[in-house]
Design a protein around this ligand. Sequence first.
Ligand SMILES: Nc1ncnc2c1ncn2[C@@H]1O[C@H](COP(=O)(O)OP(=O)(O)OP(=O)(O)O)[C@@H](O)[C@H]1O
Length: 225
Amino acid sequence: MTGALLAAVELHKSFGSTRALAGVSFSIAAGEVVAVMGPSGSGKSTLLHCLSGILAPDEGTVTYDGHELGRLPDAQRSLLRRTDFGFVFQFGQLVPELTCLENVALPLRLAGAKRKIAELAAVEWLERLGVADTARKRPPDTSGGQSQRVAVARALVTGPKVLFADEPTGALDSLSGERVLKAMTDVARASGTAIVLVTHESRVAAYADREVVVRDGRIRVSEWQ
Ligand SMILES: Nc1ncnc2c1ncn2[C@@H]1O[C@H](COP(=O)(O)OP(=O)(O)OP(=O)(O)O)[C@@H](O)[C@H]1O
C-alpha cells in the first residue's frame, strides 16, 4: 500500500442479509487509472461508494491522503468529497434546465467563484473534452456521448485528486462509450487525476493502467502494464 493516495483495507458491507463486500482491500496511487470490473451485483458500486466516503463500511478502513475517512466528522468528509473527489455516473447528473456551460461552471459557483471566472474555466474544460460546441445547449439537446463528456468536464473542473466513475459509458453504444473513456482518461492523466472506473466496457484495457475484478464481494486482481 506504500505510495497509495487512497487505500481500503478489508472492507465488509452488508445490506440486511445481502453481503455486498466480503473483505475487499484496494489501493490506488496518485494519477493512476484503475478499472473495476465484475458481474452485476458483485459489489462494484458498493466498493466505489465506500471508497468515496458516501457509504460507511461495516468493517474495515478507507484512508485517503493520510486521513481515515471513518474517523473524520461528517462535515469534513463532505468537504473532502467536494474538494478532492469528482463523480461521474451513468446518466442523470446534469441539470437539464441549465446550459452545458452553466452545468460545468456550477461546482465552482457553489464553491464561491464569480460567474465570469467559473464560466471561463468551464469553457476551458468543455474544450478539453472536445465538446465546446455544446456550451450554449441544454443537456437534453445533446447526444448521450456529448452529455457524458460534459459530465466529465463538470467532475474535473474543481481539480479533484480522484475521479470516481460508475459505469460512465453504460448508457452509450460501444463506439461513443470508447470515445468518452478515451477523452476522460486522456484528460484526467494530463491533469494528474486518479480514476476509479467501474465499467463493463470490454476494451477498457486500452485506457486503464490496471484492472481489478470483483466477484462475490471479493477482489481478484489481474494486472497488466
Ligand atoms: N442500498 C442497498 N440496499 C440493499 N441491497 C443493496 C443496496 N446496494 C447494493 N445492494 C446489494 O448489494 C449487492 C452488491 O451491489 P452493487 O450495486 O455494489 O453491485 P454492482 O457490482 O455494482 O452491480 P451492477 O453491475 O449491477 O451495478 C447486490 O446484491 C445488491 O443487490
